[in-house]
Design a protein around this ligand. Structure first.
Ligand code: GAR
Length: 209
């Protein structure tokens, strides 16, 4: 079998999507392994999960830098140290800048059916809008807020008594499975991007036109 694809996973919170990737990569046939976990803050469960799995971690806080441009360069350098084939933004609550986006393919996951309800409160905004179906989206990150080419989506029903936490948990159950499936397939099969259309399979990773 060819060498497992190298994943750097970025987190800002509980890291259950990270955990799903760690669990999946315990099986060599998955084809990818998490080589490092990065965060924009300390003391989060995502970093504890990485430590427990004995995966190297790094933290790059925005407030430790004079400017956003400096932070953009610093986080790109930290990521680059681990030579990833793919970066996964799994609940990382910062927009990545050009130094990262121009150097690595970045997969992002979002708890809503984009282009509806982008941003930090996708679940809350969907509930407030009164939609009856929401879901999750796995996309390639670009410079915008949840605007990159969509790779995969799955619907999740909104139930009458849902609050934000209950609905988010129902979405995350689907989201973790979808993210693990898509990341594994991208690493094993490659992908192409033509305009906004992403296709997985039989192609070298990351080719775009
Ligand atoms: C996930 O639902 C992810 O889609 C969301 O944060 C959660 C992280 O959960 N990200 C965003 O809302 C980004 N716009 P986790 O820390 O348990 O993996």
């Amino acid at each position: 079998m060819s060498k497992a694809g190298r994943l750097v996973v970025l987190v800002s919170g509980s890291g259950t999507n990270l955990q799903a990737l760690l669990d999946a990569s315990a099986d060599p046939s998955y084809g990818a392994r998490v080589v490092a976990v990065g965060a924009d803050r300390e003391g989060i469960e995502g970093l504890a999960r990485a430590a427990k799995a004995q995966i190297p971690t790094f933290v790059e806080k925005l407030r430790d830098h004079e400017t956003r441009v400096e932070w953009d360069a610093a986080i790109a350098a930290r990521i680059a140290e681990h030579e990833p084939d793919l970066v996964v933004s799994a609940g990382f609550m910062k927009i990545l800048g050009a130094p990262t986006l121009d150097s690595f393919p970045v997969v992002n996951t979002h708890p809503a059916l984009l282009p509806s309800f982008p941003g930090a409160h996708g679940v809350r905004d969907a509930l407030a809008h009164g939609v009856k179906v929401t879901g999750c989206t796995v996309m390639l990150a670009d410079a915008g807020v949840d605007t990159g080419p969509i790779i995969a989506q799955e619907p999740v029903p909104v139930l009458p008594d849902d609050d934000e936490a209950v609905l988010h948990e129902r979405i995350k159950t689907v989201e973790r499975r979808l993210l693990v499936d898509i990341v594994g397939r991208m690493v094993r099969e490659g992908w192409t991007v033509k305009g906004r259309i992403v296709r997985i399979g039989n192609q070298p990773g990351g080719e775009s036109t």
